[in-house]
Design a protein around this ligand. Structure first.
Ligand SMILES: Nc1ncnc2c1ncn2[C@@H]1O[C@H](COP(=O)(O)OP(=O)(O)OP(=O)(O)O)[C@@H](O)[C@H]1O
Length: 254
């Protein structure tokens, strides 16, 4: 594998007394795309949220871009980054959610340029110029001054991707980015994501889009009940799964 961008070892996460991740290992090399698949409630979103400091982990090791973000051996000490280091790391991770989360009172350009100005201290001129370039890149030239409510769900999601890219992330996390979209809008968003993947972006994508996983992923991870049941190349996991649980899941969704 190329140099690791994400390295997770024996990750445990519970909500209260309910265990959701039960010893997860994950490796994503720089420039690789990993798709995480699995039934509803299997812990996929929780795994992404642990990578981005949105959840505190209970045990294990999580390393992103060479930096350990927190671990607790079962009987060992908790090591945590300070708030400034967490902010720095979060800035290096782009996250795209199911529900776009654009600011409704900001235009498309302002939505994209806001964080680079506020967090990276870019000049307004530079941030807006880059935002214009990103709007073109996601195929929405001409919509720069629109407000999000005037865009379709698929267009809003493409802007959400552009907004994440504006921070020049080292890693992009996608949490079911097409689940909230009408079927005819899904392809455009997946197309933007495929272009990113082909351009060498490191990506972890939680998805129910098996076609995307087959085409874009270097690795497919099947998560069930908080455990990685099987992982490997898409052709192996999606076409010739070794585990009965993977076969049963695929039979339901394919
Ligand atoms: N903040 C929370 N507090 C308590 N329980 C939670 C919380 N977030 C998630 N859970 C529970 O943890 C389990 C895993 O949730 P998670 O969202 O990670 O699953 P998922 O695989 O992403 O599911 P889906 O495909 O439906 O989005 C579920 O049982 C869920 O109800």
């Amino acid at each position: 594998m190329t140099s690791p961008m994400v390295r997770v070892r024996d990750l445990h996460k519970s909500y209260g007394a309910v265990p959701v991740l039960r010893g997860v290992d994950l490796d994503v090399g720089a420039g690789e795309v990993t798709c995480v698949i699995g039934p509803s409630g299997s812990g996929k979103s929780t795994l992404l949220r642990c990578l981005n400091h949105l959840e505190k982990i209970n045990a294990g090791e999580v390393e992103v871009a060479g930096e350990l973000i927190g671990y607790r051996r079962h009987k060992g000490k908790l090591h945590e980054l300070g708030p400034r280091a967490i902010t720095r790391q979060r800035a290096a991770i782009g996250m795209v959610f199911q529900n776009f989360n654009l600011f409704p009172h900001l235009t498309v350009l302002e939505n994209i340029a806001e964080a680079p100005i506020a967090v990276l201290r870019r000049s307004r001129t530079d941030a807006v110029a880059r935002a214009r370039e990103l709007v073109r890149r996601v195929g929405l030239a001409g919509r720069e001054d629109d407000y999000p409510r005037r865009l379709s769900g698929g267009q809003q999601q493409r802007i959400a991707i552009a907004r994440a890219l504006a921070m020049d992330p080292k890693l992009m996390l996608f949490d079911e980015p097409t689940s909230a979209l009408d079927p005819e809008l899904v392809g455009d968003v997946l197309g933007v994501m495929k272009d990113l993947a082909d351009g060498g972006m490191t990506m972890v994508v939680v998805t129910h889009e098996m076609g995307f996983a087959r085409e874009a992923a270097d690795t497919v991870v099947f998560l069930d009940e908080g455990v990685v049941v099987e992982s490997g190349a898409p052709d192996d996991v999606l076409r010739n799964p070794r585990q009965a649980r993977t076969r049963e899941f695929l039979a339901r969704v394919l």
